[in-house]
Design a protein around this ligand. Structure first.
Ligand code: SF4
Ligand code: SF4
Length: 69
């Protein structure tokens, strides 16, 4: 099991992580960050995050931090 934290103000809205997550847990959200970018959100309501860190590795802006639980 894993969990991630996304720093919205580091996110540049490239959406690479959206396609990278094998469980489809990262989605384009409704909120804008301080740069006016529509940032991504992590939806862990299904509890399916496997802590693979593929999203964090893929993010070119180091906006995703993985937190194990
Ligand atoms: S890969 Fe990083 S910068 Fe790109 S949308 Fe995801 S969190 Fe944002
Ligand atoms: S750690 Fe893996 S399963 Fe969890 S959100 Fe990132 S890519 Fe998806």
């Amino acid at each position: 099991m894993g969990q991630i934290v996304i720093d919205p103000n580091k996110c540049k809205a490239c959406y690479l992580c959206v396609n990278e997550c094998p469980k489809g847990l990262i989605k384009v959200g409704e909120k804008l960050n301080i740069s006016g970018e529509r940032v991504v959100e992590f939806d862990d309501s299904s509890g399916k995050c496997i802590g693979c860190a593929m999203c964090a590795v893929r993010c070119p802006d180091l906006a995703i931090t993985e937190v194990y639980r």
